[in-house]
Design a protein around this ligand. Structure first.
Ligand code: SAT
Ligand code: MN
Length: 593
């Protein structure tokens, strides 16, 4: 039997909670007019058939079966390689509810605009209905969605990135509620491309792009933009954070959640391998998630977190045996590579891999270093989290993991020291709100421009940042037992432009200090921006740091911070009277210190 069957409507008896889903699928089919409708069950047979068809039509190219069994290369349209923030909209009834941090359209206008593009767009194509669950299937913290798409590449990626298929459909049938996501690759015309969110309707509509963050709707669209909106009314947090476990030689494990903008090293930190001496002593890092964190207070008042995703959609360039051995081990099999180069023996290749040589670039042309890099700077791998050697068994715990520390960080060449600790929750929220970072290739537009990216959520918060900061502040209600908040900067540069901190495995030294602070054991000095370690408060055995590095990584530059706090104040003011006074007060207190 053909695993991709003809229209297979889901049986919904009268009163079944699937009736709303069936009605919506019928409505979408009437609008988009596909040749066939296929309900995805997530089975191996279904995947095999989809992959067979994609290989036949060139959507997927088989990679070297000996070195990379079950792995595929996908070359996207060259104009469709990153998120498109200028075409991403949050469509709330009131403009102010979306806030200055989002592009906004009135819902009726947005629906009309995008439905005109969906009209008949699936003619000649198959429409896939993908029920999925974000988070462990039996977790009360998880939420379900259904993505309708005409892209089999999206189906194959969603199968890796989410718990997709029959178990998710069963949960939807039990709960009745789900986030609706409609996607079509359309003509891939950059001028006919929109990513629209309707948080009040728990609905997403995405047209004209097949790229990850624009098309795998469970990821940024659902798990961040829609979920952050839902989380606000339900008392939890949906964040752009990795989650890792850190186990010390005594066998004690703490969990840390850390927010960095896209392409700033979340995947590397989440899969860190400790420096040699630490490994010998018994330190260990386990990976719960590398991109998204949903957390809420448990009965003991601590924040408990799950990773809503089931896979990694990681940046390929720069991933090597040295920078991230766990990621490299994960992607040796059953991986979809998008927009990387290939070697003469058909292995995937990217800049920074450190071995092999490309012959073909990501556009399928003979590699010419003078023309373009072999791999697109935002080329990606999609792989199941279960393939990762450091994947934590706790990642499947339906209760989530208790968070001991929250870390914010960006790419800052100057001013910002290696690490500091916020004095309290309110100060920590300001530290997150004031985050700045130099832009990367994860979104279209200029790279290396410093912009404010509060909590690394600038492209992903589904509502007004002023309300979002207020929501964060509300967790400090006297009952919760909240984590400590820290800020890190792995990207501080010296006068000659080189990085001052070795990063990667050595970042464990900073995490160790944080856990020391959580336990009240590690030292620090008080400054207006928070508690800073001296170089002596960190274990720097085996790390060579010159005088300039010590000064810049551990110093407090009063004049520079004065200017920074003026700029933070101006930024907070762009949100007008909705900005919580507690945050402004905190900013002014520090600016005056
Ligand atoms: O393409 S994604 O948005 O999923 C990756 C990222 O930019 O973080
Ligand atoms: Mn991300």
């Amino acid at each position: 039997m053909n695993a991709i069957s003809e229209a297979v409507p889901v049986a919904a008896t009268a009163g079944s909670k699937l009736q709303a889903l069936n009605a919506w699928v019928a409505e979408v089919a009437a609008l988009t007019r596909p040749d066939q409708v296929h309900w995805c069950d997530g089975s191996d047979a279904e995947n095999a058939e989809l992959v067979r068809r994609m290989e036949a039509d060139g959507t997927l190219i088989r990679l070297n079966e000996q070195t990379h069994p079950g792995s595929w290369l996908h070359r996207s349209n060259p104009d469709d390689v990153a998120r498109v923030e200028h075409l991403t909209f949050v469509c709330t009834s009131e403009r102010d509810d979306a806030g200055p941090n989002n592009h906004w359209l009135a819902p009726a206008e947005a629906h009309a605009k995008i439905d005109a593009l969906f009209d008949g767009c699936m003619e000649g194509r198959t429409m896939y209905v993908i029920p999925y669950c974000m988070g462990p299937i039996d977790s009360p913290l998880s939420r379900c969605g259904v993505e309708i798409t005409d892209s089999p590449y999206v189906v194959a990626n969603m199968r890796i990135m989410t718990r997709m298929g029959a178990p998710a459909l069963a949960r939807i049938e039990r709960e009745g509620s789900f986030v609706k996501g409609l996607h079509s690759t359309g003509e891939l015309d950059p001028d006919r491309r929109f990513i629209m969110h309707f948080p009040e309707e728990l609905t997403i509509k995405s047209y004209g792009s097949g790229y990850g963050g624009n098309a795998l709707l469970g990821k940024k669209c659902h798990a961040l933009r829609i979920a952050s909106y839902q989380a606000r009314s339900e008392g939890w947090l949906a964040e752009h954070m990795l989650i890792l476990g850190i186990t010390n030689p005594q066998g004690e494990t703490h969990h840390i959640a850390a927010a960095f903008p896209s392409a700033c090293g979340k995947t590397n930190l989440a899969m860190l391998i400790p420096p040699e001496g630490y490994v010998r002593d018994g330190w260990k890092i386990t990976t719960v998630g590398d991109d998204i964190c949903w957390m809420r207070p448990g009965k003991d008042g601590r924040l408990y977190a799950i990773n809503p995703e089931a896979g990694f959609f990681g940046v390929a360039p720069g991933t090597s045996k040295k920078s991230n051995p766990n990621a490299l081990a994960s992607i040796q099999a059953e991986t979809i590579f998008t927009n990387v180069g290939v070697t003469a023996d058909n292995q995937p290749w990217w800049e920074g891999l450190g071995e092999g040589e490309p012959v073909t670039d990501w556009r399928g042309e003979p590699y010419d270093a003078a023309k373009r890099p072999a791999a697109h700077p935002n080329s990606r791998f999609t792989v199941s989290a279960r393939r990762c050697p450091s994947y934590s068994p706790e990642a499947e715990n339906p209760e989530g993991v208790p968070i001991s520390a929250i870390v914010f960080g960006g790419r800052r060449a100057s001013l910002v020291p290696l690490v500091f600790e916020a004095r309290d929750w309110t100060h920590g929220v300001l530290v997150g709100a004031a985050m700045g970072s130099e832009t990367t290739a994860a979104a279209t537009g200029a790279v290396g421009v410093m912009r404010r990216d509060p909590m690394a959520m600038k492209p992903f918060c589904g509502y007004n940042f002023a309300d979002y900061f207020n929501h964060w502040l509300s967790f400090d209600d006297g009952r919760n037992n909240l984590p400590k908040i820290f800020h890190v900067n792995w990207f501080r540069k010296g006068d000659d432009g080189s990085f001052l901190w070795p990063g990667f495995g050595d970042n464990l030294r900073v995490l160790e200090w944080m856990i020391g602070r959580v336990k009240g054991e590690a030292g620090a000095v008080e400054t207006p921006i928070g508690h800073l370690p001296t170089a002596g408060d960190l274990n720097l055995d085996g790390v060579e740091l010159g005088d300039e590095a010590r000064e810049k990584l551990f110093g407090f530059e009063r004049d520079g911070w004065r200017a920074e706090f003026d700029s933070i104040g101006e930024y907070l003011d762009t949100y007008g009277p909705r900005m919580p006074p507690a945050l402004k007060d905190e900013q002014q207190r520090i600016a005056a210190a």
